[in-house]
Design a protein. Sequence first.
Length: 167
Amino acid sequence: MDGRGTQSFTKFCPACKLGNDANAIKCKHCGASLDLISARVHTSQRGAKPASEYAAPSKGVTFYFAGNTTPIGTATDQEFILGRKSDGQSEPLFDLTDPDGFAMGVSRRHAMVRAQGNGYVIIDLNSSNGTWVDGKILTPTQPHDLPSGGLIQLGRLKLVAIYNSRR
């Protein structure tokens, strides 16, 4: 691991849709709040929309709350953890603390997403509350294909992963 933490994570503004630093709480472009907790209340329990309704990033994987077409953020590392921030975290992390990840059942190190071939795989890291992709529970520590447009469930938190095939 390169020890960069969340440096390659981009948090998108729900108002202007432009990227911000992962730790920003206000949009540097328009000044809007980047508080994702209110977005979770309305979107985390809905099903996913068709993949064509989500914008794919030019690089990396963009995550959305299921049922919402406003991106949460984009991860551009070749390998990163989906989970909650903790002291001493040294590996790249897509931090799900702010959307009340603890209450939604997201572990600190819930799942790993890794670039493989033209796409990505997801690996449950022995999480407490399980990981599902498109309604199928994953066997812990085993890589599973993560299709673009796939519905990921971490505990009770539902996300959609969107990416362009890697070339």
